[in-house]
Each structure stands twice: as structure tokens, then as C-alpha cells.
Design a protein around this ligand. Structure first.
Ligand SMILES: [Zn+2]
Length: 267
């Protein structure tokens, strides 16, 4: 049989071999892999979190992956941003990351957005994808991404990592019972300014252990796959907290805020 002959479900022999370890899983099988091959996702930020998200989802066969980032690769990125190597220094992150993704899997489509995704452009990109993955480290950007996901009722997979700690949650912005990011982290009336400063901390001024971003980014990739194949229990309405120093995991419920200014009425 010719290697490129198309098989039922539009998978070639090579596809069946490439994705065989997925297809063996009863929760994925041919049908699930086919869903992955036709899925379209948006990854915002391809740094420490976005690197493993982009590489694992490219390897997993997500059909179209849009990556957005306006940074260039710097030396201090190489400690944890595994999509890049010393030859990437000075290059645009999206170009270098896309190159690595296509070397892993030339069958997928990678769209590069070498810009700070904001405003109407952000809304337009969110509208056309199945899942949005927030891999940024900026609170203002996180709120804007959440707003766009609520507007277009999209799933949002969001994670953060700092020092030895990480956290991840999934927001289902099409479900009126699911909290949004703003429900959980939006500043209420009368909140102290230092609360916002605490939330806005990132690894650039606090440091982060290299593999912690790998763990959290890998978990984001897992949650994206589960959403696309519609299997398992996602982290919707929950946050998973990871402390690498004590090697403790903790899960907390995230309540919806009925008075949330973002999703209170529209979600
Ligand atoms: Zn909300």
C-alpha cells in the first residue's frame, strides 16, 4: 500500500503510524485523532509556558495552530523556553517556534502572528478557533484575552508559573455556570492596590524554576486535547495548584461571581 494513500477518516498510513500511540488510547481512537487533526487553536505567548504547549500540540497533530508573540528570543529565555536554542537568539519567537513545530510535524498548519495581539485583532483571532491558550505573563493581557473568550464563548486554558509554583485552570466562557478569569482574579470594588500588584508579579522579577513552566505548559496541552476530544474531567470551575518545592498538588473550586462585570450577564 502506498504510504500516502488516504485512509478512512482522512488519515494516511503515515498518519496512522505517527499517531498510533494516541489511537491506541480508547478515549482517543481514530475518531479522537481525527478531531485533533481538524482542530484549530490559538496560543497567545510562546515563552516558558507556550513552548511546551506549542511543541506538544504540534506533535499531537492539532490541525491548525496560531501562535502570537511580539518578542524576540533573548539569552535569558533559554533557561526555560524549550522551543528555542542558541541559534534562535535575536530571531522572532513566532518564526523560531513555528520552525521547530514544523520540524516536528510538517503536516500541521502553523500561523505566525508576530505582534501583540490586542483589540479587534485579538477578537478576530479568538472568534475563529476552538480553544484559546493563555501563556502570557501580564495581568492586563490576561483580562483582555478573557474578555475576548467571553465575547465569543470560547474555552480558555490559562496557566501561570512563578518561583517554584504553578497554577492552571480552564474557563468555559460559553457556559453560564462556569466562572471566567475575571470572576476569579478581577479586582472587586475597594480592593487593595497591592492585591493587583501581587497578581501582576511574573517570573521576570521573581524568577522561576525551569521545569515548572514545562510542567504547567504540558498540563495546558493536556487540557486542550481533552477539550477537543471531549473526554475526561476538565479543570472548568477548578484551579490546580502545584508547589514543586514541597511537591504538593492542590485543587480548589473556583466559584462564578454573579456580579462579574465581564461574564455576569453575557456568559
Ligand atoms: Zn466572570
Amino acid at each position: 500500500m502506498a504510504l500516502d494513500k488516504r485512509m478512512p477518516g482522512d488519515m494516511s498510513d503515515n498518519d496512522l503510524l505517527r499517531y498510533s500511540r494516541h489511537i491506541m488510547l480508547p478515549e482517543i481512537d481514530f475518531e479522537g485523532q481525527q478531531k485533533l487533526l481538524t482542530a484549530k487553536i490559538l496560543i497567545i505567548g510562546v515563552g516558558g509556558l507556550g513552548s511546551p504547549v506549542a511543541l506538544y500540540l504540534a506533535a499531537s497533530g492539532i490541525g491548525e495552530i496560531i501562535i502570537a508573540d511580539h518578542d524576540k528570543v533573548e539569552l535569558n529565555n533559554l533557561q526555560r523556553q524549550i522551543a528555542y536554542d542558541e541559534e534562535s537568539l535575536g530571531q522572532s519567537k513566532v518564526a523560531s517556534c513555528a520552525d521547530k513545530m514544523e520540524k516536528i510535524n510538517s503536516k500541521i498548519k502553523v500561523v505566525q502572528l508576530d505582534e501583540k495581539l490586542t483589540g479587534q485583532q485579538l477578537l478576530s483571532q479568538v472568534e475563529v478557533v476552538d480553544v484559546v491558550v493563555d501563556c502570557t505573563d501580564n495581568l492586563t493581557t490576561r483580562f483582555e484575552i478573557n474578555q475576548a473568550c467571553v465575547t465569543h464563548k470560547k474555552h480558555l486554558v490559562s496557566a501561570a508559573a512563578i518561583r517554584w509554583e504553578g497554577q492552571i485552570s480552564v474557563y468555559h466562557c460559553g457556559d453560564q455556570n462556569s466562572p471566567c478569569y475575571h470572576c476569579c482574579y478581577g479586582m472587586r470594588e475597594g480592593s487593595r492596590e497591592d492585591s493587583r500588584e501581587e497578581l501582576n508579579q511574573n517570573c521576570s522579577n521573581n524568577g522561576v524554576l525551569s521545569p515548572v513552566v514545562g510542567v504547567m505548559g504540558s498540563l495546558q496541552a493536556i487540557e486542550v486535547i481533552k477539550l477537543i476530544i471531549d473526554k475526561g474531567d476538565s479543570l472548568i470551575g477548578r484551579v490546580l495548584l502545584f508547589d514543586a518545592l514541597s511537591m504538593q498538588w492542590e485543587t480548589m473550586q473556583l466559584p462564578k461571581n454573579p456580579d462579574c462585570s465581564v461574564c455576569g450577564r453575557s456568559c
